[in-house]
Design a protein. Structure first.
Length: 149
């Protein structure tokens, strides 16, 4: 009879421990977490995965009224290259990104009179949160300010 008593006590202790763990799990499920752990991924914000890579958006503002209206530019950045659509059109300036965060790109295409028309883009990254630069074509200049989007 002496051997059965410790075994019964041990079984009762295990039963109490399992009940306590179940109660804690149930309490955690009922009360939930303090913050939504998925909020950062569901917020609509674009998160940086690696350096400057990703999608960027922002205003493209002409320095003179004769150069058109303000548009929303869209830039995609890969490992060492980028593509900028400054006018929400088929005009895409492609270029390279240096290790120091300097952007340099150019688009050359033929105009209606078989003359070459070019658009150049130069910019610098300000940390991992902003890119600012200028776009130039002939006499027109635009200020470009991009943020993650």
């Amino acid at each position: 009879m002496g051997k059965k008593k410790p075994k019964i006590i041990l079984e009762q202790l295990c039963g109490l421990a399992c009940t306590a763990v179940r109660a804690l799990l149930l309490l955690a499920l009922i009360t939930g977490c303090k913050d939504d752990l998925g909020e950062r991924l569901q917020s609509g914000r674009v998160l940086a995965w690696q350096g400057l890579q990703g999608r960027w958006v922002g205003p493209v503002v002409p320095t003179e009224h004769a150069c058109g209206a303000t548009t929303q530019g869209l830039m995609s950045i890969g490992d060492k290259q980028f593509a900028l659509d400054p006018f929400q059109s088929t005009t895409v300036v492609r270029g390279e990104l240096s290790d120091g965060g300097h952007f340099n790109g150019k688009l050359v295409r033929q105009g209606p009179d078989h003359q070459d028309l070019s658009i150049s883009f130069e910019a610098m990254a300000a940390g991992n949160d902003a890119i600012s630069g200028t776009l130039q074509s002939g006499r027109c200049h635009w200020m470009v300010a991009l943020h993650r989007g």
